[in-house]
Design a protein around this ligand. Structure first.
Ligand code: NAP
Length: 231
């Protein structure tokens, strides 16, 4: 049985991003979505992964807006003004590893901790955007050490939380989702404009997958096409 009810309320975390803003647009125009709230680091209710305590504060502030039947977290970082993904072992450095763990694993995990309390215990889904390059089994090219490791850590955190929620809140599904290569700020330095799809197409595909999720899918790593990915 499909989890997402009609109508449903949604929350997009990272709604300032390329994929996040495309989800806002799609959900605003979806007649089954009775309301959508978007948050990011400069919104009225704000969260900044550089300041982990803002995650709990933001979730508490949003309590009256819930419950939500769908939460999508699109926050993620691949590069910064100071560094690009590592090509070789000699590029590996503590600063970049710590930073990406903070942005891609610790922040999203604490977001699951605090924002899962805003989910409808009757039937709801929390999707966190991961990346296929975080799959250990699928890693054939190497490189991108800290991004790969941070998304692999994220996947483990989602899987572990899904097992606990399966016992305590059995009608809530936690999903790790790969959006495919999307033309965005994040992919721009890696020929994103040439090889990436428009965010509108990616979110349409991801939403069709989300609409069809069943509770048995909780704790899985799913691609925008609906394919289950290896961890
Ligand atoms: N694009 C792709 O090809 C691709 C492929 C695989 C996976 N993904 C994943 O998809 C997700 C969305 O990526 P995107 O392509 O939409 O990237 P994007 O346009 O760069 O958006 C990234 C989002 O993360 C937010 N963010 C960055 N640092 C933050 C911080 N310290 N605290 C809170 N929010 C912060 C940004 O907020 P600001 O607007 O304030 O900067 C923005 O909302 C990411 O998790 C990414 O890893 C993307």
């Amino acid at each position: 049985m499909k989890i997402l009810p009609t109508p449903f309320r949604a929350l997009v975390i990272g709604s300032s991003g390329t994929i996040g803003s495309a989800f806002m647009e799609l959900l605003t125009n979806n007649p089954n979505c009775s309301g959508v709230v978007g948050i990011h680091r400069n919104s009225t209710y704000a969260l900044d992964y550089q300041n982990p305590s803002s995650i709990e504060t933001c979730a508490n502030a949003l309590a009256t807006e819930g419950p939500f039947q769908l939460i999508i977290n699109t926050i993620g970082v691949l590069h910064s003004a100071d560094w690009m993904p590592e090509k070789r072992l000699d590029d590996l450095n503590a600063e970049q590893l710590i930073e990406l763990m903070k942005m891609n694993a610790i922040g999203p995990a604490l977001t699951i901790r605090y924002f899962s309390k805003l989910l409808d215990p009757q039937n709801s889904i929390m999707v966190t955007l991961s990346a296929k390059v975080g799959s250990i089994e699928d890693n054939r090219l190497g490189g991108w050490y800290s991004y790969r490791a941070s998304k692999a850590a994220l996947n483990m955190l989602i899987k572990t939380a899904s097992i606990e929620l399966g016992r305590t809140k059995p009608n809530i599904a936690l999903i790790a989702m790969h959006p495919g290569t999307v033309n965005s700020r994040l992919s721009k330095p890696f020929r994103g404009e040439q090889i990436g799809r428009p965010a509108e197409d990616a979110v349409k595909d991801m939403f069709s997958v989300i609409e069809n999720l069943q509770i048995e899918d909780s704790g899985s790593f799913v691609s925008y096409s609906g394919e289950k990915l290896p961890w």
